[in-house]
Design a protein around this ligand. Structure first.
Ligand code: PEP
Ligand code: MN
Length: 359
């Protein structure tokens, strides 16, 4: 997939990309005043403002609609910031293009629907729009990539992915559960694609924004989309997660931006030395695993000869308990050891059932 770097459509960007603004535009005055406050901070590169709001339940504030596009144009005129909004169907997309918005984004609920994404892509065909694609509400990296591909096939090369977390199952501290694994997988599959984080919709509460944003930078993400409102206590949507522009500046002051590498030759040498050690340990690990599998096969043969079942639940219960305890003694995270041995055991049982069922 051919994808442009952020610099292509935002030439004066210093990494990272920070796009900030209210969850929803509420009035022209609120939109413009918030923008004026935000633009004072040179770290803010673009302005966001929701005009059509996808609300989970009907009856809450669903956005001001098309008039908000005019307010976004005023914001750009007054501040010089590129402006963007969420589009969720062909009609929104046409209107946003006609208004000349600089950035469009596809919300999490829309990314989950290939029909919606396709209808948006069809309208965008032949334009040089900048489109940001939030992850779908469920942690399906293929669905996320699918949406990016639909846009890319329509000729859209100015693409950015946004991690905004996934609908949690059961109890959750955050409003939406981050899943950095899917972000890392997206990075691996689409190395040229810029990826930013939306800590506001992940956290759901102001107090969580710092830890989520720092984690995003620790993983090397390219920027943040943060909701900021001149007075969050009066916000018509997402009031608990929006920051005043002043609090956004404080958050940015606290965040440490990591570098891809370091020119420090001592660091480079030491890193290489340690990586070589890791390579050697990984080789040992795999050779040890292969030896373990060989024994598992041998046991499988004995079980077959003696007509004994593959899964021995008592042995498994005892083994996993012991391994987790040993792991803990060795300072290895309990959940990690558990998942690792579940994987190993699952494959052992698979191998042995195959042996039992061999003709
Ligand atoms: C938003 O950015 O205001 C929004 C509705 O986000 P999401 O699609 O991530 O829920
Ligand atoms: Mn919001």
């Amino acid at each position: 997939m051919e994808i442009n770097p952020i610099k292509h459509w935002l030439p004066n960007i210093d990494n990272p990309l920070l796009i900030a603004g209210p969850c929803s535009l509420e009035s022209e005055e609120q939109a413009v005043e918030t923008a004026r406050m935000l633009v004072k901070d040179k770290r803010v590169f673009a302005y966001r403002g929701g005009v059509w709001k996808p609300r989970t339940r009907p009856g809450s504030f669903e956005g001001v609609g098309s008039i908000g596009l005019e307010w976004l144009k005023t914001v750009r005129q007054e501040t010089g910031l590129p402006v963007g909004t969420e589009v969720a169907n062909a009609q929104h997309t046409e209107e946003a293009l006609n208004a000349g918005l600089d950035i469009l984004w596809i919300g999490a609920r829309s990314t989950a629907s290939p029909f919606v994404v396709q209808e948006i892509a069809d309208v965008l065909k032949g334009t040089d729009a900048v489109v940001m694609v939030k992850n779908p509400v469920n942690p399906d990296v293929q669905l996320w990539i699918g949406a990016l591909e639909r846009l890319n096939r329509a000729g859209i090369k100015n693409l950015v992915a946004i991690h905004r977390g996934y609908t949690p199952f059961g109890e959750s501290q955050y409003r939406n559960q981050p899943n950095w694994k899917t972000v890392i997988e997206l990075r691996r599959l689409m190395p040229n694609l810029p990826v930013i984080c939306d800590p506001s919709h992940i956290g759901g509460k102001r107090e969580y924004l710092y830890e989520i944003s720092q984690k995003a930078f620790d993983l090397g993400l390219d920027g943040l989309m943060v909701e900021s409102h001149r007075d969050p206590s009066c916000a018509l949507s997402d009031k608990n997660q929006q920051l005043t522009p002043a609090d956004l500046a404080k958050l940015l002051d606290k965040l440490v931006i990591r570098q891809q590498g370091s020119p420090n030759s001592e660091f480079v040498n030491q890193l290489e030395y340690l990586r070589n050690r890791i390579d050697a340990i990984d080789t040992d690990l795999l050779e040890t695993l292969a030896a373990r599998m060989e024994i598992v096969r041998k046991i499988g043969q004995y079980k077959k000869e003696n007509n004994v079942m593959a899964l021995q639940i008592n042995r498994w219960t005892e083994l996993i308990g012991k391994r987790v305890a040993l792991g803990e003694k060795l300072n290895i995270d309990k959940t990690f050891t558990k998942i690792l041995f579940q994987l190993i055991h699952e494959d052992s049982v698979r191998m042995q059932t195959e042996i039992l069922d061999e003709e």
